[in-house]
Design a binder for this molecule. Structure first.
Ligand SMILES: [Zn+2]
Length: 133
């Protein structure tokens, strides 16, 4: 084979490898996007699971308080433990929401600056009527 043929083969090989590389980066990006979507779905499932745990914890909390009221309080430390567990669950949900790109907007009282919880009609700190949307 002469030099020209070698040169041609060399170019052809290089081009093929470049095309292959480009194709595999496209594949990589596509896989990366798919992976991102999958992990978003996973995060959303975890958020829903945590929200269910929060709902269950509220129910248990209500029962503990009612048991206290009726004098059937069999678990005096249970109340504090449940409250702390709820704090943790709320933090975990906030963290997961951050991960999923959902920004949980923190609203504050216009009068005293205390944090509002979703659905609050009045400020928990100063009693100011809050705008609800
Ligand atoms: Zn306030």
């Amino acid at each position: 084979m002469n030099e020209k043929v070698y040169a041609f083969l060399d170019t052809a090989k290089k081009t093929a490898s470049e095309i292959g590389h480009a194709a595999s980066s496209v594949g990589y990006l596509a896989r990366k996007e798919a992976g991102k979507a999958a992990s978003n779905a996973q995060v959303n499932v975890r958020i829903l699971t945590k929200r269910n745990e929060i709902r269950t914890a509220y129910q248990e909390l209500g029962k503990l308080i009612y048991d206290k009221h009726t004098g059937n309080d069999t678990d005096p430390d249970g109340l504090m433990e449940k409250l702390e567990a709820l704090d943790t669950l709320h933090l975990e949900v906030a963290e997961l929401e951050k991960q999923s790109g959902r920004v949980s907007v923190v609203r504050t009282c216009p009068t005293c600056g205390a944090e509002q919880k979703q659905g609050d009609a009045y400020c928990r700190a100063c009693g100011e009527k809050l705008k609800t949307e």
